[in-house]
Design a binder for this molecule. Structure first.
Ligand code: ZN
Length: 164
């Protein structure tokens, strides 16, 4: 499967070199949230604009610095969730985390991936699938999931923030 791994590497490098949705949004109405991965020195900054009427991610901008995995993952996450409803974002988050964890347990000889299939049912991960090779390097999984953990934190905070 060298061909597939090359393709995945290309996708990751493309997002790393040309990150999508890079920039800032005005705060408020957007919510700013930062995430750190001290193990690798990765930093992720997200500006999330959720439309409370439709419960949709109206816009998202990203900033930060770090390794290619963390920054590519942040770029992919931003394109994946932009314009999506919060329910869809939640589903994507679960599917991506399943992709990261189930493959890990597969490598350890546990599980058969059926949970992953259940999580992924009806969810299109697109470019995010390129990150599944990361699970071969457990120390990098935190790099890949940083953007999603930060997104979740930001959405939680935004939800509980006092309305203007
Ligand atoms: Zn990293």
């Amino acid at each position: 499967m060298a061909g597939l791994e090359d393709l995945y590497r290309e996708i990751i490098l493309d997002h790393y070199r040309s990150p999508r949705n890079r920039g800032e949004l005005e705060v408020p109405p957007a919510h700013k949230v930062e995430g750190f991965n001290p193990l690798c020195g990765d930093e992720v900054v997200l500006y999330i604009d959720v439309d409370p009427e439709t419960e949709t991610v109206r816009d998202i901008k990203i900033a930060g610095q770090g390794c290619s995995i963390s920054q590519a993952s942040t770029s992919m996450m931003s394109s994946a969730v932009k314009g999506k409803s919060l329910a869809e974002v939640h589903q994507l988050t679960r599917a991506f985390k399943a992709l990261m964890s189930i493959h890990e347990s597969k490598l350890e000889g546990e599980g058969d991936g059926s949970d992953l299939e259940a999580e992924l049912e009806g969810v299109r991960l697109g470019d995010l699938e390129a990150l599944q090779g990361v699970v071969k390097f457990p120390v990098r999984i935190k790099c890949a999931t940083l953007a999603w953990n930060t997104l979740q934190q930001g959405l939680d905070e935004a939800e509980h923030a006092p309305s203007p």
